[in-house]
Design a protein around this ligand. Structure first.
Ligand SMILES: [Mg+2]
Length: 215
């Protein structure tokens, strides 16, 4: 039985879409020009930057009266309200499980937030387990986090696949852990020269199919 490791944000769940929808609405409310959307997306960096930095960035640029704490709460809640599990993604996970794959999420982030996303979307029902960096004290690309995921599932890391959208965290991490990977390109080109994904796919369903076809 092979282990199927998956990133959470922008792999199994469309965090970018949820953030963008909130950002466009928020900028409209405060009367900011539409082109500021690209700036706001860039300071969020797909959630790689802290929500506190995004809140401070907004306060600094627009002189907002909201406290940073209120803004951080608003952003987190907005993402939680908008994030959904695509039923076809759920279906692909179920098919993989039926064929003997063991899906485990490996995600960088805060435990409370990531767990809430898993439960609220119902994704938790399609996973054997999940590992959240805050809880284990190790972040991708540190290969130790993949070893922890394998231990949790009581499986060997050998023959595992990692599916993710982040070149460094997911693919660099898989390379360091010496496992195969599928990179979700999200319309980006691969530029890293130190390592490369085993396969590239345009979505998580295609990525799961790639891993399954490898056996
Ligand atoms: Mg991700």
């Amino acid at each position: 039985m092979p282990l199927l490791l998956l990133s959470l944000d922008d792999t199994l769940l469309d965090r970018a879409g949820a953030f963008r929808a909130w950002a466009a609405e928020f900028l409209g409310q405060i009367g900011a020009p539409e082109y500021d959307l690209e700036w706001l997306l860039s300071i969020d960096a797909d959630g790689m930057n802290s929500t506190w930095d995004v809140a401070e960035g907004l306060r600094g640029r627009y002189g907002l009266r909201y406290s940073a704490l209120d803004l951080v709460e608003e952003i987190r809640q907005a993402i939680m309200d908008r994030i959904r599990l695509d039923p076809l993604t759920a279906c692909a996970l179920a098919i993989a499980e039926d064929s003997g794959w063991v899906p485990v999420v490996v995600t960088n982030g805060e435990s409370r937030q990531q767990e809430e996303k898993l439960r609220k979307t119902g994704l938790d029902r399609y996973l054997a387990d999940w590992v959240i960096s805050e809880e284990v004290g190790v972040r991708k690309p540190n290969p130790r986090i993949f070893a922890i995921a394998a231990e949790r599932a009581r499986m060997r890391l050998t023959n595992a696949w990692m599916i993710g959208d982040s070149p460094e965290a997911d693919i660099g991490g898989a390379d360091a852990a010496d496992i195969r990977s599928v990179w979700l390109h999200r319309s980006r080109s691969w530029i890293e020269t130190r390592y490369a994904p085993t396969r590239t796919a345009d979505g998580v369903i295609a990525a799961i199919a790639e891993a399954m076809a490898s056996r």
